[in-house]
Design a protein around this ligand. Structure first.
Ligand SMILES: Nc1ncnc2c1ncn2[C@@H]1O[C@H](COP(=O)(O)OP(=O)(O)OP(=O)(O)O)[C@@H](O)[C@H]1O
Ligand SMILES: [Mg+2]
Length: 623
């Protein structure tokens, strides 16, 4: 591990992330990991769990649709009666049957319209509820998943899950599904009516379903493949987009634009090709099914005409049969389209199910334990690393059997060369990860047994990123303790030396950090993050390179403030700058995941070890 490859001064570099926009050809990787492994039947289970709460309304929409289709399909039947019975009656000067049939036709049309309206309205509400539920679930679940998941899955892929994939499900629910069910239902009605009108004609029509069904299945299989490819391809496009824009500073700094353009063009073209394949499948299907349908109609009309001529079939029945056949075959090419949206929704749902099937590797305890209450003059807690071993999922062992005891209230500075495992130590203490073996104890309690609120009160980590959320400066500080009053927020900012710059912002504490004039420097961001941590008032505070963005006077001011902030608290301070070390009670020097030196700053400086060497070099550089 060498120094980070890309560091614009203002860049928030996520830990361990090298892929953010630095142009690594991670595209194929993104392809591979797009569908997460999920237990068999996860997709079906997800669908069921989404539909269960709206069960009653699904039943109602189905019922409305059944009635509506009955009203719609009555039409040609009434026409047949008109031709075969009402017209002869009319010849005998009897207007009754025709008027009755006309009124019936009108009534059916009105009923069909009204029912369709009711059906669309209820179906729309069902689909909105389902989508609302699903979006919420994706967000909650993704947020609950552990840090290591996010390091591997990337935000681009998550964005594509909750946008493109939810959108394709929306298309299915709002448009495709209604049409699909309507088509299937009308098939059933029409087939039954045709068979009832005339067994022979109906038989031919039903027989034509066999090749049509084969075509549909073939199309489904081939288009399904194309759709899966398409949705994976669009996800890769989004991932590339998000990564590049997240890393826009290193992209600029290293003039990666042209290389990124080329990478993006490849992905974009892959998406285009997958899309083209899907459309081609569609075209084949439409042509094939039309051919079958037209052949069936031609056959039936021909045969029907002969039978009308020799008197074995009533003219009205033939007319009704032809009307029904049109209705039967008309939606066939649309059926392909509905199957499209069904296919892509199924592919999307599969991916969403895969995401939702992930369990956080850092689990909440089944039986959470409380920490003993703090003594008021002792806000710190004891930290123990008990035979901890740790390896990231994607790498070798970073901490080989690590033992460390930090008494309550001690400030420990951790130094060591890059990649030594300092941040890993901090992340284990903040429980971003669990040790592969051994335990991390807070006042004797395993971190794994602590309830989330207890852990949040117990340990707070401030990193170099100093991330600010959209909102005001005050809101950003209050993240440390949401119930804090404005006075408490300002007191924290004053203690940390951030008050003056905040007061000079256009709207002071109410300045929106994402708006004009609210853009604050990296160092100022860190001061805000400090104030946030101070407000949270944790028993254990971890600062990971947290002062590295501050200028020298800024750092001095923070160091003074830090001395007050850390007083009595247990603190782990990771710093490259040795000036930070001076406020520590104890210094640990780490190499290759082990502690190689351990002592007070004075002891180590006076010694002959690695720290003394570093310290001398630092002194010389100051002179
Ligand atoms: N998310 C991760 N996934 C896989 N390996 C990681 C991850 N983060 C760190 N590592 C590896 O673990 C080792 C220790 O990393 P760590 O971030 O703890 O070092 P560090 O001492 O904090 O270094 P620095 O001073 O550069 O911040 C390194 O070899 C690194 O490659
Ligand atoms: Mg680090």
């Amino acid at each position: 591990m060498t120094a980070p490859t890309a560091t614009a001064p203002d860049e928030a570099q996520p830990d361990g992330g090298g892929a953010a926009g630095d142009g690594t050809p991670a595209a194929d990787d993104a392809f591979d990991r797009d569908v997460l492994p999920s237990p068999p039947g996860a997709t079906g289970a997800l669908l069921r769990s989404l539909l269960t709460p709206v069960k009653a309304r699904v039943a109602l929409t189905t019922f409305l649709l059944l009635l509506q289709q009955a009203a719609v399909q009555a039409g040609p039947l009434l026409v047949a009666y008109a031709i075969d019975h009402a017209v002869p009656a009319l010849r005998a000067d009897d207007h009754g049957p025709l008027i009755a049939l006309g009124a019936g036709y009108l009534l059916c049309s009105l009923a069909a319209g009204g029912l369709q309206y009711a059906f669309i309205a209820t179906a729309a509400r069902v689909s909105q509820d389902v989508l609302l539920d699903l979006r919420g679930r994706i967000f909650r679940h993704a947020q609950a998943l552990s840090v290591d998941f996010h390091e591997r899955y990337t935000s681009g892929r998550l964005i594509s899950r909750s946008t493109t994939d939810v959108e394709s499900l929306r298309e299915l629910l709002d448009e495709g599904l209604q049409e699909l069910v309507t088509v299937i239902l009308s098939f059933v009605y029409i087939a039954a009516l045709l068979l009832w009108l005339d067994l022979g004609l109906g038989g031919v029509a039903v027989a034509s379903f066999v090749p049509l069904y084969a075509l549909v299945r073939l199309y489904q299989r081939r288009a399904g493949r194309a759709y899966r490819q398409r949705s994976t391809a669009i996800a890769a496009v989004i991932v590339k987009f998000v990564e590049t824009m997240n890393g826009i500073r290193p992209v600029r700094a290293f003039r990666r634009e042209a290389a990124n353009d080329a990478d993006f063009a490849v992905l974009n073209r892959r998406h285009e090709r997958a899309n083209g394949d899907a459309l081609l499948e569609m075209a084949r299907y439409v042509v094939g099914s039309r051919l079958v349908a037209n052949a069936a109609v031609a056959g039936i009309v021909l045969w029907g005409a002969y039978r009308v001529a020799d008197g074995t079939l009533a003219l009205g029945v033939l007319a009704a049969a032809v009307l029904y056949l049109r209705r039967l075959y008309d939606p066939i090419d649309r059926l392909g389209m509905f199957l499209n949206s069904y296919q892509s929704a199924a592919a999307s749902l599969e991916k969403i199910a895969g995401l939702l099937a992930q369990t956080p590797s850092v689990q909440e305890p089944a039986a959470p334990k409380e920490l003993p209450p703090l003594e008021s003059e002792h806000p710190g807690r004891e930290v123990v690393f008990d035979s901890v071993r740790f390896a990231y999922r994607t790498g070798g062992e970073v901490l080989p059997r690590f033992d460390l005891t930090i008494p309550a209230g001690q400030t420990v500075a951790v130094v060591g060369s890059t990649g030594a495992g300092k941040s890993t130590l901090a992340k284990l203490l903040a429980r971003f990860y669990d040790p592969s073996d051994g335990r991390v104890l807070l006042d004797g309690t395993d971190l794994r047994d602590l309830a989330v609120p207890e852990l949040r009160r117990g340990v707070v980590m401030v990193t170099q990123e100093a991330f600010l959320f959209s909102g005001t400066v005050a809101e950003n500080i209050a993240i440390g303790r949401p119930e804090a009053t404005r006075e408490e927020i300002e007191r924290a900012a004053k203690a940390i030396g951030a008050h003056d710059f905040i007061a000079s912002l256009p709207d002071g504490y109410d300045t929106d950090v994402r708006k004009r004039g609210g853009r604050i420097s990296a160092g100022q961001r860190q001061l805000v993050a400090f104030a946030r941590a101070l407000l949270a008032d944790p028993a254990v505070l971890i600062l990971d390179e947290a002062t590295s963005s501050l200028d020298v006077p800024g750092e001095r001011a923070v160091q003074r403030a830090m001395a007050t902030v850390l007083k009595g608290r247990t603190a782990v301070v990771i710093a490259h700058r040795l000036s930070t070390v001076e406020i520590a009670d104890r210094v640990l020097v780490m190499e290759h995941g082990r502690i190689v030196e351990d002592g007070s700053p004075d002891e180590l400086t006076a010694g002959t070890g690695r720290f003394a060497e570093l310290h001398r070099a630092w002194r010389d550089s100051l002179a």
